[in-house]
Design a protein around this ligand. Structure first.
Ligand code: ADP
Ligand code: MG
Length: 238
């Protein structure tokens, strides 16, 4: 459960090719970080994996099944973005349980899932509050909680911390690392922040204008950057 394979994946917006033949195998439970400068295609590639963007060429497999033409709802993935809209009129618990409720889960079932997620995210004492009575970090936790309750096979994060201040970013980064240890689920995490990439990743994928410049562990990239682009990006002395 939770392996993701990209075979020759390409994306064109009109005449412009923004993703250029990406081959990648992500193992079950792996924490993979996509890094690269603004505009290199990180979000587009992540959205293609999630099914929010069509794939122009190539194939995407989840657990060996070809999902290239499947809608997001059939992929079993959860997506967490930097901007996360919570419902202001609902409590934290209702926000977190909303998708299960909509899918027809009885109250005791969705509530049990919410309690489980709240435990993991240390949100137990906030479940009856409204989003406006939470801090930025707590709101981001609720957004993550919303995705946990659905028990996804993998999590896709697109710069989830970039709207938070520096201190909170560090705190939430540790939180996400803890979440990964706890759940042991596949996570794909997009960031342009080298520190986030180096500290969170099992493997880092460096993207350069829609192509993979290098894939490797943080250590491999730091010690043996494939080229100057990677070296400069990772901040290693080449
Ligand atoms: P990143 O997330 O790495 O900053 P994006 O994936 O958002 O990069 O964008 C990659 C390239 O694709 C950019 O040149 C961007 O302008 C272009 N792009 C993204 N979405 C669209 C779209 N819907 N239509 C046309 N071009 C797009
Ligand atoms: Mg982006």
């Amino acid at each position: 459960m939770g392996s993701i394979t990209l075979n020759g994946v390409e994306k064109w917006f009109g005449d412009v090719q923004v993703i250029k033949g990406i081959d990648l195998e992500i193992k079950d439970g792996e924490f993979v970080v996509f890094v690269g400068p603004s505009g290199c295609g990180k979000s587009t590639l992540l959205r293609m994996i999630g099914g929010l963007e069509d794939t122009s060429r190539g194939a995407i497999e989840i657990d060996g099944a070809n999902v290239t033409d499947q809608p997001p709802s059939k992929r079993g993935l959860a997506m967490v973005f930097q901007s996360y809209a919570l419902y202001p009129h609902m409590s934290v618990a209702e926000n977190m349980g909303f998708s299960l409720k909509m899918a027809g889960a009885p109250q005791e079932d969705w509530r049990a899932k919410v309690d489980e997620a709240a435990d993991i995210l240390k949100l137990q004492s906030f479940l009856d509050r409204r989003p406006k009575d939470l801090s930025g970090g707590q709101r981001q936790r609720v957004a993550i909680g919303r995705s946990i309750v659905r028990d996804p096979t993998a999590f896709l994060f697109d710069e989830p911390l970039s709207n938070l201040d520096a201190a909170l970013r560090v705190e939430m980064r540790l939180e996400i690392a803890r979440l990964h240890r706890n759940l042991q689920r596949t996570m794909i995490y997009v960031t342009h922040d080298q520190v986030e990439a180096m500290t969170l990743a099992d493997r880092i994928v460096v993207l350069e204008y829609g192509k993979i410049a290098q894939v490797g562990t943080p250590r491999e990239l730091y010690e043996k950057p494939a080229n100057l682009f990677v070296a400069q990006f990772i901040g290693s002395p080449k």
